[in-house]
Design a protein around this ligand. Structure first.
Ligand SMILES: Cc1cc2nc3c(=O)[nH]c(=O)nc-3n(C[C@H](O)[C@H](O)[C@H](O)COP(=O)(O)OP(=O)(O)OC[C@H]3O[C@@H](n4cnc5c(N)ncnc54)[C@H](O)[C@@H]3O)c2cc1C
Length: 389
């Protein structure tokens, strides 16, 4: 990491990070570690709810060692088996791993621990402070907060999720196209250890690819003390997602795959910009950069967004530290901008392959996974590790 000397003037931060989800807290920590003065701003007070199934890729813990210490505090539960169900739930196939392939967390806990790591590294948190407007000038960029206060920085990171205000306010994206989003309905309900073993088996998550003959999948991800049940589809018809969510819950109940009496009514809606980063013209504007969901960094195939959010944060942190150093040295603003622009090529090197759809005919291969273990293993690796089919 390119270390820069800490900025003395607290009135202007080196970096304003908007959004303290995995992308924002990770970039804030890495920037603070690199010596930058960082304001980490979130509209919510933590712990806050985030609609999510809570699966975090094992790669995240390997590649970001500081996450290791968070794991037990976030009560992460290891997963070693992925059970695929046919859409009618009559057939199943399994993919197993010896080491943990990932962990199931409660986002409230995981995100709060990440935020704490950023603050411990030196980032200053502004929580319960929603950013409503962005003003970018020649020498600085300003976040206008809902309470009318203003925070100034050399650079701003838009890590404010799928409905990013920073993306809109900075002119980098007006809206998502409907086909860029996976629409979800999901709910988290309590689960005892005994129910977990009885319904789902040890260390397993369950997925029904193509449930309802729809483009997406339904899931049941049990964690420590809870299970997330949901469905995500590539469709602009929200009603269809809700209807299929109800059908998924009914089918799981028929098959006794849910704890008796679990109240799965009134699910939460959500959207994932799966693979949308690949279609972005540019993630970098004047003194601003988009990462995580705000930049469309989620896997096309699985909708996995936490690991890609962390990766986009790590790549951005490298570019931003160089941009801050150029700005502090008093170079022309264009030098700072040039350093930021290196993100455009760097993220593609590190992330593009991970975000892409498998380049084979999935519809043809899918029915084979219930009879052919090799195909099931290929689907398992594609789903859990982002490998190509
Ligand atoms: C139903 C569902 C299930 C999912 N399951 C998984 C899963 O199991 N595994 C996985 O890897 N991914 C999953 N995802 C995707 C994953 O949740 C996201 O990709 C991930 O949260 C992206 O992180 P982020 O930091 O970019 O954004 P977020 O986690 O959304 O954080 C953005 C933060 O910005 C704040 N914010 C927003 N606007 C403003 C503003 N104007 N001012 C200040 N703060 C603001 C918000 O309060 C929030 O804290 C799921 C998504 C959904 C919808």
């Amino acid at each position: 990491m390119n270390a820069v000397a800490r900025h003395k003037d607290s009135a202007v931060f080196d970096v304003l990070v908007v959004g303290a989800g995995p992308a924002g807290s990770c970039v804030a920590k890495l920037l603070a570690d690199g010596g930058a003065s960082v304001a980490l701003i979130d509209g919510a007070k933590f712990p806050r709810f985030k609609s999510c199934a809570g699966w975090v890729n094992a790669k995240a813990f390997r590649e970001f060692p500081f996450l290791e210490s968070l794991r037990s505090r976030a009560k992460a539960v290891p997963l070693r088996r992925l059970v695929f169900h046919s859409p009618d739930l009559e057939r199943r196939a399994e993919f197993g791993t010896r080491a943990a392939a990932g962990f199931i967390v409660r986002r409230e806990k995981f995100d709060t621990e990440l935020l704490r790591a950023a603050v411990r590294a030196g980032a200053k948190a502004f929580l319960g402070r929603r950013v409503v407007a962005v003003e970018s000038g020649e020498r600085e960029i300003v976040a206008v907060l809902a309470n009318g206060k203003r925070l100034a920085g050399r650079i701003m990171v838009g890590a404010d999720g799928v409905h990013s205000t920073v993306a809109r306010a900075s002119g980098l994206r007006a809206r998502w196209e409907p086909d860029q989003l996976i629409l979800c309905q999901s709910k988290i309900v309590p689960l005892t250890g005994r129910q977990r073993t009885a319904c789902f088996g040890p260390a397993a998550i369950h997925v029904a690819l193509g449930f309802g003959m729809a483009p997406g999948y339904a899931w049941a991800f049990p964690g420590g003390g809870h299970v997330s049940v949901g469905i995500g589809l590539r469709t602009d018809d929200g009603n269809r997602v809700k209807t299929l969510y109800d059908a998924w819950v009914a089918r799981l109940n028929e098959k006794e795959l849910l704890p008796r009496g679990a109240n799965l009514a009134n699910p939460d809606g959500g959207a994932i910009p799966a693979g949308a980063a690949l279609e972005f013209e540019n993630h970098v504007g004047k003194r601003v950069i988009l990462i995580g969901d705000a930049g469309g960094f989620a896997s096309s195939a699985s909708g996995e967004g936490i690991y890609p959010a962390l990766l986009s944060a790590a790549v951005a942190a490298k570019c931003i530290l160089k941009a801050v150093a150029a700005d502090r040295a008093g170079h022309k603003a264009i030098h700072c901008q040039d350093e930021l622009q290196t993100f455009k090529h760097l993220w593609r090197q590190h992330l593009a392959a991970y975000l892409q759809m498998p380049n084979v005919n999935v519809t043809f291969l899918l029915p084979l996974i219930y009879t052919n273990q090799e195909i099931a293993d290929r689907f398992g690796r594609a789903f859990l590790f982002g490998e190509n089919l």
